[in-house]
Design a protein around this ligand. Structure first.
Ligand code: NCD
Length: 323
């Protein structure tokens, strides 16, 4: 049966491509979050669940990945499914011989029940999903575009601490121009009322103008700052990101802007409150000092990572599972 053309989730996850946070409503996010405790308890048991029993999921990653690749792989296996994996297809697969993205997708469609893909080009996951007629495609990062499952786990991590995703004051820092996790997270936060987000970045890495306008029009209160001294006190969360070296044509500019903003103990203690949680999608490359890691408010190597697998389990069980 061909896939439904309607990309909004609207309560029906089954069989849908997951390409952007724009597909989600508040209610859809709620349905997903409700499954997370169940997924956490499945993951903690030694016997695997049968939710994806008999399902094979293909993971094709054209760009490097540690967490997203492994947590999806683990999520499928925790739910009783199996994976076909290909990392670095440019080196190891027929892509090296010049095969098109469309052909690659159609081949893996014949082998599996869903495709999870990361690709360096923005928009390429839509191309892949369109080429794939019968099975769902999940975006694990498309260039500087989006990274929806990362945003869902980030939102869950905030929700777990503050019990709401509205009425929040947050700080998002780093590479707002090229950071796909930021683009998806802002889409997610723009679903909820009364959020104020401070955007801290070097001038060269500001959110692009059309995104800025889009999120403002959706009701996000965005405040651009370029100095640590303008960080609001007691925000609900700080979301730090890496300057995306691989997106720079001119590495001299990268060298100029990398690690412009570093979370030190001094800055964190001065501006963060007792319930200001520090997050980062990882990998970090120097922008959060390791002396912060032991602070209980630092979630990036704790719940944020664990929630990644749980959210992906929840999503896979909704899109693909027997329930
Ligand atoms: C991010 C990505 O790939 O966009 N990593 C991840 O998936 N956790 C962030 C990054 O690479 O900086």
């Amino acid at each position: 049966m061909p896939k439904s053309a309607n990309s909004l989730i609207k309560g029906k996850y089954k069989g849908k491509d997951i390409l952007t946070l724009d597909q989600f409503s508040i209610q859809d996010v709620k349905v997903l979050f409700k499954l997370v405790p169940k997924m956490a308890s499945i993951a903690k048991k030694s016997t695997n669940s049968k939710i994806l029993c008999g399902k094979v999921v293909t993971l094709i990653f054209y760009e490097p990945s540690s967490r997203t690749f492994s947590s999806f792989d683990a999520a499928v296996k925790r739910l009783g499914g199996q994976t076909v994996t290909m990392q670095d297809p440019l080196r190891v697969s027929s892509v090296a011989k010049g095969e098109t993205l469309e052909d690659t997708v159609r081949v893996f469609e014949a082998y599996s029940d869903a495709i999870i893909m990361r690709h360096p080009q923005q928009g390429s996951l839509k191309v892949a999903a369109d080429a794939c007629e019968h099975i769902p495609v999940i975006n694990a990062g498309d260039g500087i575009g989006e990274h929806p499952t990362q945003a869902l786990l980030d939102m869950y991590t905030i929700y777990e601490k503050h019990k709401t995703l509205g009425n929040l004051t947050g700080l998002i820092a780093g590479d707002l121009l090229n950071g796909r996790t930021v683009h998806s997270l802002l889409r997610g936060l723009s679903l909820y009322p009364k959020n104020t987000i401070y955007l801290l970045s070097p001038r060269e890495l500001k959110l692009n103008k059309s995104d800025f306008k889009l999120f403002k029009d959706r009701g996000l209160h965005l405040i651009e700052i370029d100095s640590e001294y303008d960080i609001p006190k007691n925000a609900h969360f700080w979301y730090w990101t890496r300057v995306q070296k691989e997106r720079f044509k001119d590495l001299a500019i990268y060298e100029k802007v990398k690690n412009r903003y570093i979370v030190t103990e001094k800055i964190f203690n001065k501006y963060a409150g007792a319930r200001t949680y520090l997050m980062h999608p990882l990998p970090r490359v120097g922008e959060i000092g390791i002396e912060i890691d032991s602070d209980p408010r630092a979630l990036y190597l704790r719940s944020q990572v664990r929630n990644g697998m749980y959210i992906r389990m929840a999503l896979l069980s909704l899109v693909l599972g027997k329930n």
